[in-house]
Design a protein. Structure first.
Length: 599
C-alpha cells in the first residue's frame, strides 16, 4: 500500500468529515457482544488512567481510508467506525444541539443510512439486515449506559471526545493510502479482510517511515529507497534461523510474520498484556519522536536509531564468544533487550565480565547434589552450558546451533537405563523392535516381510542372542503381550547388557548418568539400554542430524578414564563424566569447600 499519511488521530478530529463505505464491503454486522466489549474497553481505560499523570490514550484498530469525491472511502475499519458513530449519536442526547458532534458515514448500498442512524432512538425494528444490526447495537449501547449510573454519559464523553492533544482520549490509527482506482481499493480490502489478516506493527512503522511528506521533494525517492533497502536487509538477516534463534526468546508466545517486528517489540519493551498496536504507537509517541531544528519529525534519525539497535545484535552474532555467552543466557530466559541495556555504556571487556557473572548465577549450585526429577531445570542448564562451553574451548570456529536446539524438544535422559522401571505397554513393541534390530542388523519390517521361521531369521547370531531375538519376535507378533513373558526377556536382556545392577547405584539419578536427548531419539518409552541409544545417536550423527557434542561424546565414552567395554555404562564412567563437567565448567560452578574432591 502506498501511504500518504499515517498518524494517531483523536476521535474528536473526525468531526465534520464525510466517510463512504463502498458496495464491495458487507454491511454493518457487529453483534451486541462486540459493541459491549468496545464500551467496556474504553470505560476500563478511563478508570485505570483517571488519576494518571502520564500522557496516555486508548488506541482503536487502524482505519484505512482513501480520498475520493464522496469523502473518505473506508477501505478497512467500517464496523468499528459505525459503532463509534452510534455511540456518539447516543451521547448527543446530552445536548439539544443536533450538530454538537457529527460526521457523516454513508453506505453505497444504503443511501439513506445516515438519515436512518440519526433517528435510531425512534426505531424498534428494520426491514433490512444492516439496519437490524444497527438497532440492536444502539439498544445495547442504551442498556450499557443505563447500567453504569447517571454520570456515565458525561464521563464517557470526556474520554471519547477529549480534544486536548495531551489529554487521556481515544485515538484511531489513521492509515491514509494514496488515491487509486476502485480495483486497488478492493485489493487492499481483500488483503486486510480475507482471513482477517490484521496490519502488523511492522507494516505500520514501515509505512510511517516511508511517507513522502517526511522528506524534502528532491530527496524523497532516494531516502525512501535507502530505508526500504536497509529494512529488507534487516528482515533478511532475521529470516536466517541461525541469527533469529540466537536473539529470539523461545518462551515468547508471539508469532512473527515479519520478524523485524520482534526488533521493535524489544525496543519498546512490549509485554504480553499490552495492546496489539502498542509497539506502533510507542514508535510514534511524542516522547519517542526525534525532531530536527525546525521541530519537524526527523525520520532519517529515527531510522538510524533502529539500525543501531539491530547492529548491536549483529555484532554479537558475529563475535564467537558473545554469541555463545548471550545465546546461553537467552536460553535461560534472559531478554535480548535487557542484555543490550546492560551493554550500553560498557566496554566490551566489562560487558563480558557481566555476562560471565550472570552465567555463574544460573549454575550457582554443586552439580553433585542435583537429582533427576527434582532438579531438572538446573540439570538442563548445566548440560546446555557444558555443550556450549565445550565448543567455546575447542579450536576452530565451531558454534553451538541455537536454532536446532530451540526448534527441537529436549529431554534429560539417563545414559544407563532405569531397568527397574516398567516399559509402558503402549511402547513395548517399539522397544522390542529396537532390540531385535540391534542384534540382527535387520529392520523389523524386513524381518516380518521375510515370513521365515525364527531359526532361519536369526541364524547368524550366537546362541544367547539368537534365543533372545526368537523370544522377542514371538512376543512382537502376538496381539497381546503377556506381562510375565515380557518381564522375563527384558531382565535377561538387562543382564546381557550388564545394566541390571544400575538401579541401586548412587549415580543412577545424578548428573553422571544424565545427558540431553531430543525427544525423537529418546522415543516414547524412555528406557532404551545404553548400546541401543548409542547406536541411534551414531546413526543420527552420520546422517547430519544435530546431536549435542557432549551427548555424542558420552555415548562414545570420550570422558571415560577406563576404556574397557565401550558398550556398557559403568560407575567409573559416571565418575569420569562428572569430573569432566566440573573441569569444563570450573569457571562458573561454585568451588567445593576446603578443596573437597568432587567424588
Amino acid at each position: 500500500m502506498a501511504v500518504t499519511k499515517l498518524i494517531l488521530k483523536p476521535v474528536c478530529q473526525l468531526r465534520g468529515e464525510r466517510f463512504y463505505v463502498p458496495a464491495y464491503q458487507r454491511g454493518y454486522r457487529w453483534t451486541q457482544m462486540q459493541v459491549l466489549a468496545l464500551l467496556e474497553d474504553i470505560w476500563k481505560f478511563r478508570i485505570d488512567n483517571h488519576n494518571s499523570q502520564r500522557e496516555v490514550f486508548y488506541c482503536l484498530q487502524p482505519l484505512v481510508v482513501a480520498q475520493s469525491p464522496q469523502g473518505w472511502i473506508v477501505i478497512d475499519g467500517q464496523q468499528r467506525l459505525t459503532t463509534i458513530q452510534l455511540i456518539i449519536i447516543y451521547l448527543r442526547t446530552l445536548t439539544e444541539d443536533p450538530e454538537y458532534f457529527k460526521f457523516v458515514l454513508s453506505y453505497e448500498t444504503r443511501p439513506e443510512s445516515q438519515r436512518f442512524v440519526e433517528n435510531l432512538h425512534t426505531m424498534e425494528h428494520a426491514d433490512n439486515i444492516d439496519y437490524h444490526y444497527m438497532i440492536e447495537a444502539y439498544h445495547a449501547i442504551d442498556t450499557w449506559f443505563k447500567g453504569k449510573g447517571p454520570n456515565a454519559k458525561i464521563n464517557f464523553q470526556q474520554t471519547l471526545l477529549n480534544d486536548d492533544e495531551d489529554g487521556k482520549n481515544v485515538k484511531v490509527i489513521w492509515y491514509e493510502v494514496e488515491h487509486a482506482e476502485t480495483a486497488n481499493h478492493i485489493d487492499i480490502f481483500t488483503r486486510l479482510n480475507i482471513g482477517k489478516i490484521a496490519l502488523t506493527n511492522a507494516e505500520l512503522i514501515k509505512a510511517y517511515l516511508l511517507q513522502k511528506t517526511h522528506f524534502s521533494p528532491e530527496k524523497a525517492n532516494l531516502k525512501q529507497i535507502q530505508i526500504a533497502s536497509e529494512w529488507d536487509y534487516i528482515e533478511k538477516m532475521l529470516q536466517r534461523d541461525d541469527f533469529w534463534y540466537f536473539i529470539y526468546d523461545s518462551s515468547d508466545s508471539s508469532a512473527y510474520e515479519n520478524r523485524i517486528e520482534y526488533l521493535f517489540d524489544r525496543m519498546f519493551d512490549r509485554k504480553p498484556e499490552h495492546d496489539h498496536y502498542y509497539t506502533f504507537y510507542s514508535f510514534i509517541n511524542e516522547r519517542n519522536l526525534i525532531k530536527d531544528q525546525n521541530n519537524n519529525v526527523d525520520v532519517g534519525a529515527m531510522w538510524i536509531r533502529v539500525k543501531n539497535y539491530f547492529q548491536v545484535f549483529e555484532e554479537w552474532f558475529n563475535n564467537n564468544d558473545l554469541y555463545h555467552l548471550i545465546g546461553y543466557l537467552i536460553c535461560c530466559e534472559y531478554r535480548i533487550d535487557a542484555l543490550k541495556q546492560t551493554a550500553d555504556n560498557q566496554t566490551k571487556d566489562s560487558f563480558v565480565q557481566i555476562l560471565n557473572q550472570k552465567i555463574q548465577d544460573t549454575v550457582n549450585f554443586y552439580i553433585e547434589d542435583l537429582e533427576y526429577g527434582a532438579d531438572n531445570d538446573k540439570i538442563k542448564k548445566v548440560l546446555l552450558l557444558f555443550n556450549i562451553r565445550t565448543l567455546m574451548l575447542s579450536k576452530g570456529d565451531s558454534r553451538f546451533p541455537f536454532n536446532l536446539y530451540k526448534m527441537n524438544r529436549w529431554d534429560i535422559e539417563h545414559i544407563s537405563s532405569q531397568t527397574e522401571k516398567d516399559i509402558d505397554k503402549r511402547y513395548r513393541k517399539e522397544w522390542m523392535a529396537d532390540i531385535i534390530t540391534y542384534f540382527s542388523g535387520q529392520s523389523i519390517d524386513t524381518i516380518v516381510e521375510n515370513e521365515q521361521p525364527e531359526s532361519v531369521l536369526f541364524i547368524g547370531l550366537n546362541d544367547r542372542d539368537r534365543s533372545i531375538c526368537e523370544r522377542l519376535f514371538k512376543l512382537y507378533t502376538k496381539e497381546t503381550v503377556n506381562d510375565r513373558e515380557f518381564d522375563n526377556v527384558k531382565n535377561e536382556i538387562a543382564e546381557r547388557f550388564k545394566e541390571g545392577v544400575k538401579a541401586t547405584n548412587k549415580y543412577m539419578d545424578n548428573i553422571g548418568n544424565l545427558a540431553l536427548l531430543d525427544s525423537n531419539t529418546n522415543r516414547g518409552y524412555k528406557n532404551a539400554f545404553f548400546p541401543i541409544k548409542r547406536q541411534r545417536i551414531i546413526e543420527n550423527d552420520s546422517i547430519g542430524k544435530f546431536v549435542p557434542i557432549c551427548t555424542k561424546n558420552v555415548f562414545l565414552k570420550y570422558y571415560s578414564d577406563q576404556l574397557g567395554d565401550v558398550m556398557h555404562w559403568k560407575e567409573s564412567d559416571a565418575i569420569s563424566y562428572t569430573h569432566s563437567i566440573n573441569r569444563i565448567l570450573e569457571k562458573y560452578l561454585p568451588q567445593k569447600k576446603n578443596n573437597v574432591p568432587c567424588n
